[in-house]
Design a protein around this ligand. Sequence first.
Ligand SMILES: [Fe+2]
Length: 130
Amino acid sequence: MRVEWTDKLSIGIGIIDDQHKKLVERVNAFVDAVECRDTRKIEETVNYLIGYTIQHFGAEELIMLRNGYSEFKRHREEHNWFINAIYDVNKELLDQGLSDERLSQVEEMLAGWIVNHIQVVDKRLAEVIR
Ligand SMILES: [Fe+2]
């Protein structure tokens, strides 16, 4: 299931919205790779997603820290949960590969988490920071 970018995903902070669009693109690249059942492409897109996730979460956390955002710790825990989930996926890929069933599960997890996190947790951050 690809994630379609709509205004509902916009939090109103230009720099973060641009990064979220890139993050969504990377999740969609993974979904496309899974659809092709192309193992090399799946590994590539997971790597690509890992790099951008770390970079983007770092940027958001910097904004939160600098502004003394009171929900920083809780927000960061959500980021950490996602990073741990991607770690597990990558580790499985490196160790034994993923079954079709697991790939579908991962696809749903990534897409679902991103949409929910942006619409709830990141929107909350934008409301307070603005
Ligand atoms: Fe966030």
